[in-house]
Design a protein around this ligand. Structure first.
Ligand code: NAD
Ligand code: IPM
Ligand code: MN
Length: 368
């Protein structure tokens, strides 16, 4: 088999800092596990705007379509706040998701035992937590038309449209049910069918897909606001949660705090299989460019490193190696290694971003 290709887009803020640590891990797999990757690097977000006047150059878009997987750091930052909406850094990321048709965004939230006391919730509420939020990523209010800012009756009006078709709901529901079959066999679908027609359709289609093809999986429905409450009250009642683009964005940030830090959460954005059988795929941490800590060596690289573990599992059929990497992260945390975001009130000396990366490499070495 030919060497798998990876396009790395570090992006802005802490993106390049955390991606440097992922690069160490990628190199380790080439050197120590005979798993080399053909890596190329390019620009996305504010840094692409600085160079090309656009947050995603067409050549970069074309490259992303060709490679086996894309790894992205983060985009955005205050420097770009006043840019025209059409060229904001975030538009680059949204274009990648849309044009690669990455409709299923897998956002696992796992609470490592070593961090259970660090969550803002009680240990017994989060210890052992392992849930998977499946967020629809290419439709809904992020992309629906009409949208824009218009003049109406002498005042301005901002418009976005929540829009879902049956096929868009059908395919993300299937992705969630398939995952649930390989986990504990439970899906909770979240929408607001009590107030939104798109929510009524969402519930109907999920129910139909379930009855037709996944009756072995347990399905429940919840209004997304109640779901947010339940996620904080008793998150371990869930296994797979499937929800729309906007609710998924918000619920996954909330889930991040169950695990201790936004710096811990990886994600995989998957599309339909390519000719080689691999899904179109982009892997990225859930967090953003963290302008408040950028350039200071304070960023936690674990979310980005665990995103590469997801790439090993979902794009490269290397589930055992993904588990090796996840176990290395767990071992490092169990040993007390902490970046500043993981420091509790008891204090101590935090590791820098690079020191955390080095500790994970050491744990990988120890796993051989
Ligand atoms: P953010 O995720 O960048 O930061 C929120 C808070 O979490 C900050 O206090 C930050 O320091 C902390 N944090 C985030 N990641 C961390 C890490 N790895 N280690 C330690 N601490 C971490 O969200 P924000 O401040 O709302 O957004 C900043 C910029 O990032 C905005 O331009 C936003 O649009 C963008 N953003 C990009 C992505 C992405 O590229 N996927 C995701 C979210 C936000
Ligand atoms: C995320 C981010 C993005 C989103 C932004 C940066 C476009 O918040 O990936 O969670 O809203 O999807
Ligand atoms: Mn978000």
């Amino acid at each position: 088999m030919s060497t798998p290709s990876l396009l790395i887009l570090p992006g802005d803020g802490i993106g390049p800092e955390v991606m440097d640590e992922v690069t160490k891990v990628i190199d380790w797999y080439g050197a120590k596990r005979d798993l080399p990757f053909d890596v190329s690097t390019d620009l996305v977000g504010g840094c692409a705007y600085d160079k090309h006047g656009t947050p995603l150059h067409d050549d970069t878009m074309a490259k992303a379509q060709e490679v086996d997987a894309v790894l992205l750091g983060a985009v955005g930052g205050p420097k770009y706040d006043d840019l025209d909406f059409s060229v904001k850094p975030e538009r680059g990321l949204l274009r990648l998701r849309k044009e690669m048709d990455l409709f299923a965004n897998l956002r696992p939230a796992q609470c490592f035992d070593a961090l259970a006391d660090f969550s803002s919730l009680k240990r017994e509420v989060v210890a052992g937590l392992d849930i998977m939020i499946v967020r629809e990523l290419t439709s809904g209010i992020y992309f629906g038309e009409p949208r824009g800012i218009f003049e109406e009756n002498g005042e301005r009006v901002g418009i976005n449209t929540q829009r879902y078709t049956t096929s868009e709901i059908d395919r993300v529901a299937r992705a969630a049910f398939e995952l649930a079959r390989r986990r504990s066999g439970k899906v909770c679908s979240m929408e607001k069918a009590n107030v939104m027609e798109s929510g009524i359709l969402w519930r109907e289609v999920v129910t139909k897909v379930h009855a037709e093809s996944y009756a072995d999986v347990e399905l429940s429905h919840m209004y997304a606001d109640a779901g947010a409450m339940q996620l904080c009250r008793n998150p371990k009642q869930f296994d797979v949660i499937v929800t729309d683009n906007l609710f998924g964005d918000i619920l996954s940030d909330a889930a991040a705090m169950l695990t201790g830090s936004l710096g811990m959460l990886p994600s995989a954005s998957l599309g339909a299989p390519m000719a080689n059988g691999r899904p179109k795929a982009l892997y990225e941490p859930v967090h953003g460019s963290a302008p408040d800590i950028a350039g200071q060596g304070k960023a936690n690289p674990i979310a980005c490193i665990l995103s590469f573990a997801m790439a090993l599992r979902y794009s490269f059929d290397q589930g055992d190696e993904a588990t090796r990497l996840e176990s290395a992260v767990e071992a490092v945390l169990a040993g007390g290694a902490r970046t500043p975001d993981l420091m509790g009130p008891e204090g101590g000396t935090p590791l820098t971003t690079a020191q955390m990366g080095d500790a994970i490499i050491k744990a990988l070495d120890a796993s051989l």
